[in-house]
Design a protein around this ligand. Sequence first.
Ligand code: GDP
Length: 297
Amino acid sequence: MVLAELGGSLSKAIHRMTNAMIIDDKVLDDCLNEIARALLQADVRFNLISDMQANIRKTVNLNDIAAGHNKRKIIQQAIFDELCNMLNPGKPPCFTPKRGKTSVVMFVGLQGSGKTTTCSKYAHYHQKKGWNPALICADTFRAGAFDQLKQNAAKVKIPFYGRPMESDPVKVAVEGVERFKKENCDLIIVDTSGRHKQQAELFEEMRQVSEATKPDLVVFVMDGSIGQAAFEQARAFKQSVAVGAVIVTKMDSHAKGGGALSAVAATESPVIFIGTGEHMDEFQVFDVKPFVSRLLG
Ligand code: GDP
């Protein structure tokens, strides 16, 4: 179920409830079950859904709602709040880079997630706002990673550092960070590998790059269409590096909303941007309330 369909199913469930003659426990249960089915089909983890149902039932006690109060509105608000909660990591906001102060932001994620594209979009987004970003290719595993990031950087005129003949990603990352610090760049972005011969090696490499570059923020990049695998994938990265934020890519086409909800739960980190296309400008700040409002129609 793609994101637009999820929105359609959720708003249908709510409309059915609001159109019922009498709002009783049966109508509430039917509505919550319909919402649960829609979320499951959109790849939201079962545990998150059952917690959500329990929370709504706790908030909405139909017998306790005084006459004259609008039960439909109370239920609608509870559903809205719970969906927002699912996208809220329940922690203080993650580190946000500040203008005029150098920040290092390390990007992690599996190959194909859209990490390299997203690094460039993130740099371009900040550049348009007057920042002085720089890009470093610390992916020494994938042939082509160097050229891809270099070309992206050239397209949007952002300084780039990489060494195509060097095999040690830690060395390249550290050299790049040192160079751009000297050049007074205020947003130093480190792109990393997304694949290794063994997955354990990838996570060890992430740990080493992170330890050596001491990023202010680690961003986990996730393909929005990966579905149920999102939770485990996000958690695996979180266990090796201090993921502080999530960016969900490919929200334009076959993306299911559920992966984003699971990644937030697994990393206890907020979604900060979403990717909505292959081009540099197809990148949006992620805002929970408008996103949920849109979903509910
Ligand atoms: P990496 O292996 O994680 O570095 O992934 P890449 O940045 O090379 O991206 C993999 C593919 O996904 C490329 O074809 C990108 O153009 C595409 N891609 C990345 N972000 C988006 C997005 O938000 N929407 C769409 N439709 N495609 C994207």
